[in-house]
Design a protein around this ligand. Structure first.
Ligand SMILES: Nc1ncnc2c1ncn2[C@@H]1O[C@H](COP(=O)(O)OP(=O)(O)OP(=O)(O)O)[C@@H](O)[C@H]1O
Ligand SMILES: [Mg+2]
Length: 505
């Protein structure tokens, strides 16, 4: 099926029935943010409207969940627009699985190695998880220490078992010996870490033996000295080089860290992995072969909803969904997009919960992959609190700059209302002033001066209708669209959504 970027998603008509602006697929793939206080009508007003529009126009995509009812609600949307057959729910009792480690091992682009792909995913999901902790520090020492630990554990896993699993990584991380409890030389070290090291050594040694066997006498003589032989082995056998690097990390760097530093790093990494080890998350994202992949969205028009609502599964549900979102984002970004490729959405209510450090960058390039992001959150503060580190304000500004459409519902959050008012702009106002000149026998003068006043004052946002029977189910909002103006030349419009609106299909 072919998709036209210029197709109209919403035709904004005035009360006279004349079109004031046609909002196209192209506008939607430049992303939408919905802001509004609790109960302002975000979900039942604008988010419902845009979800139904995208679904009825054949968009595929992913849906993240916060409340236990989110699944039911999206099933309802799919029913309304006859897309139920396209909906795949990953959740308890559904028998749909996405195994992210397996998916990365089948990376068709082969641009990067498996280790670096998996590392990238774990480190992004991991940092996102950490950033929401109050104790989060983006001090490069902690960030790089955690990344190096994860990288070396992945390498060790691959060298020993030729594949990685969350259970293996977790077992290894939690059994790395510290310098204080160094095992006496006469005692065999046990545990998952020791087992992995031993298995990797045996494998590499057998490659070394094969290498040595094929050397002729002259070559052996030339490599007689130990350091020359070692250099030749490391040069010829890639795995030997990798194992040496892993050895060096654990024996020279990691073991020598102070026990306090190490326990902070160990705990943060193992805590994140522990969340993924919990059921049902382990079964859904790690324990089974994939029955669903991003290609189902891209090629078969599927809508994948991950039913691990944060309100029910807490931090583990959030970590799992961030990981899921990032894997799908990466695949969406890598696809070979044609002018007529199907648009895919990423819909997240309470989107602040699922932000990760690569989001803003992804958003800035996602339009070229035809990805329409639809994020819903309460106010700017919800973004601030989920972005850790020293530069959280700059990060939020960067993120906000990448939403072509921002819909402002009723809000009492002053900073958000000020931001909205400034974004909607100012208009000139003529102000008359009277002057009296006493020195020259009482002369009176009248002068005009031009002043700027906000087109919509911050207080206006407090008064917007929030749906329900009392408001005739009407939900009001100011909608700002950066990419094109309405017929009056302005880039925003006060719009009204009806909570019981139904699309024509
Ligand atoms: N279909 C409906 N008909 C009438 N009222 C509704 C309907 N759906 C929701 N409401 C009510 O309308 C108001 C807005 O609800 P909605 O869930 O859209 O708000 P919200 O901005 O998403 O809030 P939250 O931040 O809590 O998710 C609430 O008072 C809600 O109880
Ligand atoms: Mg809501």
């Amino acid at each position: 099926m072919e998709y036209n970027l210029d197709s109209t998603v919403v035709d904004f008509t005035g009360s006279n029935g004349v079109s004031q602006m046609k909002y196209s697929v192209r506008d939607s793939i430049a992303h939408t943010l919905i802001l509004g206080q609790t109960g302002s009508g975000k979900t039942s007003g604008s988010a419902r409207f845009f979800s139904l529009k995208y679904l009825s126009m054949g968009y595929a995509g992913i849906v993240l969940t916060t409340k236990p009812d989110d699944k039911k609600q999206f099933i309802e949307y799919c029913k309304i627009v006859n897309r139920l057959d396209d909906l795949i729910v990953i959740g308890v009792g559904e028998k749909n699985y996405f195994n992210f480690l397996e998916y990365e091992s089948t990376d068709k682009t082969n641009v990067k190695s498996y280790t670096s792909n998996v590392l990238e995913i774990l480190k992004t999901a991991f940092q996102a998880s950490e950033e929401q902790n109050e104790s989060y520090s983006d001090d490069p020492f902690w960030v790089s220490s955690r990344n190096m630990l994860v990288y070396n554990v992945l390498e060790l896993c691959l060298l020993a078992y030729e594949k990685v699993s969350i259970k293996n990584i977790y077992d290894i991380v939690t059994s790395i010996p510290s310098s204080e409890n160094t095992t006496p030389p006469d005692k065999k070290i046990t545990g998952s870490f020791a087992h992995a090291v031993e298995t990797a050594r045996v494998k590499v040694n057998s490659q070394v033996e094969t290498f040595l066997k094929q050397l002729d006498t002259d070559q052996r003589k030339a490599l007689n000295e130990e350091h020359l032989m070692e250099a030749a082995i490391l040069e010829a056998i890639q795995d030997a080089k990798r194992l040496k690097a892993v050895d060096r990390f654990f024996i020279q760097q990691y073991r020598d860290l102070s026990s306090k530093t190490r326990s902070i790093i160990d705990l943060s990494v193992s805590g994140f992995l522990f969340n993924l080890m919990q059921e049902p998350i382990y079964s859904l994202l790690c324990g089974h072969s994939s029955t669903v992949t991003p290609e189902d969205c891209l090629n078969n028009g599927k809508i994948v909803l991950i039913d691990l609502p944060v309100k029910l599964y807490d931090k583990a549900g959030r970590d799992a969904q961030i990981l899921f979102k990032y894997c799908f984002q990466r695949a969406f970004e890598k696809r070979d997009v044609q002018q007529k490729s199907r648009p895919v959405f990423i819909i997240a209510d309470e989107a602040q919960l699922f932000l990760h450090p690569k989001d803003a960058d992804f958003q800035s390039t996602a339009r070229s992959s035809h990805v329409a992001i639809l994020y819903i959150t309460q106010n700017l503060a919800s973004f601030y609190s989920s972005m850790g580190g020293a530069k959280y304000k700059e990060k939020v500004d960067y993120l906000l700059g990448n939403f072509n459409t921002i819909i402002f519902h009723a809000n009492t959050h002053q900073e958000t209302n000020k931001y909205a008012s400034e974004l909607l702009g100012y208009e000139e106002m003529v102000e008359e002033s009277h002057s009296e000149n006493y020195s020259n026998n009482f002369s009176f003068g009248k002068s005009e001066s031009k002043k700027l006043k906000p087109r919509v004052r911050p207080e206006e946002f407090v008064k917007l209708k929030s749906g329900t029977f009392e408001n005739n189910y009407l939900v009001e909002a100011y909608m700002h669209i950066q990419s094109k103006p309405f017929s009056n030349g302005l880039h925003f419009k006060k719009v009204t959504f009806h909570q019981n609106w139904m699309p024509n299909i």
